[in-house]
Design a protein. Sequence first.
Length: 73
Amino acid sequence: MSQVATYFFTLFALAGERLDDRKDRGATAVEYGLMVGLIAVVIIVAVVALGDTLLGLFTGVVEDLGGTVGAGE
């Protein structure tokens, strides 16, 4: 009888650990999602803020290399 009780206790403990682990995974996935979203917002803000400066920089590089800007090639 004690072997059966030990088996069920072990099975219950294993199932409990697996269920607790899944709770942490869900929270971790949400946290990673929030981090990716915030990083995307920061990148968008940086591109918008520096857009004109970068356009001028790349236009100057293209013209220095002898190309034309906006040729659509």
